[in-house]
Design a protein around this ligand. Sequence first.
Ligand code: LLP
Length: 399
Amino acid sequence: TMLLDYQNRRLRFGLDGKVCLAEFVSAREEPCYLYDLRHFTQRYRHFQETFADLPHMIHYAVKANAHPTFLRRVVELGGGADVVSGGELQRALEAGVPPERIIFSGVGKSHAELRLAISLGIKQINIESVGELRRIIALAETLDRPARVAFRFNPSVDAETHPYIATGFRSHKFGIDAEAVMACLALAAEARQWVRIVGISLHIGSQILDVGNFAEALRNTRPLAAALREQGFPLSTLDVGGGFGIHYDTGDESRELTNFAHYTEVIRQGTQGLADEILFEPGRFLVARCGVLLARVEYVKTTPYKTFVIVNTGMHHLIRPALYQARHRILPVVLHSERVSRVDVVGPLCESSDFLAQDIELPEVHEGDWLAIADAGAYARSMASEYNLHPFPDEQFIA
Ligand code: LLP
């Protein structure tokens, strides 16, 4: 099924072409994120059912999109959350995620954040340095609450993705290597009553389409898992992180679902016999597709060099094109003609990085027309700012 599809030259959005976007925007002036919760649910179920025979837990990566509606749905579906800050932890709790279904990741957890996590007794804290382990042991003792900890292992995999979102290579700030894990074990052994080593976590990056990268990470993890077992720390959990990518270049999801099937095979084989429970932290795969960012054309500005379609949204509401050279498809909400021209789609902000697309072929559009920017469910609103004091766009769900 196509989430975005034309019917009589009008763009429809949602599973089974639920909403006519021209109707949806007719009374609107400001940009808006529009989400299809059914599609999110379908993706989640697909993920869950694929791994039905594997003892596992899905911890939705809250950073991808922290809207409470998604979080509540995850809870209803039996899932949990992966959080990376006190703010996300609070948001997950408010949405009803039980602490025993929350994982806390990130390299820079503060005293206050760790105190909150430990006193709540969350499922596990994925630690990324020896210093963090020391801090956790001290806090657990003060709070008189033991903490469950997993080592975020850096498997030194040079994943094929944009350099800003690759995280699993040895030169990255993320994770710790096998030697540092061993150093941590000595500390943990001395403080057994305050810290329980429950597992290993991995997250090698985001928007990864080559499943071989995941296979390599898991291969590199095996010796460490064996070493931990030998030292008397068998893995209760193996957290394989998130990172599985989507095909932004097309609205046809079949290719990525086929690739997802390959991913599931890699995970199945790569995790065999390693831990009692496999944890996942997917973000983008679950939520990217189910959102569009709707924007109105303010001006079409032609210069001797270029044509600029100036819209009322920009990098403040979707920074991915500016930051990662990401290409999100842009579709007119009403198709006037088949004629296309080469344009840049830009926002109102006062800098040249403020573009949504450069040098793309766009069907004819005029002032007052609306555009749909595809696949804006993940890392769009969650990375948005009020730069230039434009308010955050509304977020709506189709009924
Ligand atoms: N787990 C951890 C520890 C992570 O750091 C992330 C994402 C995820 C899970 C979820 O990854 P996903 O399944 O969504 O790929 N802003 C960038 C993406 C940054 C991802 C950061 N970490 C973008 O817009 O492409």
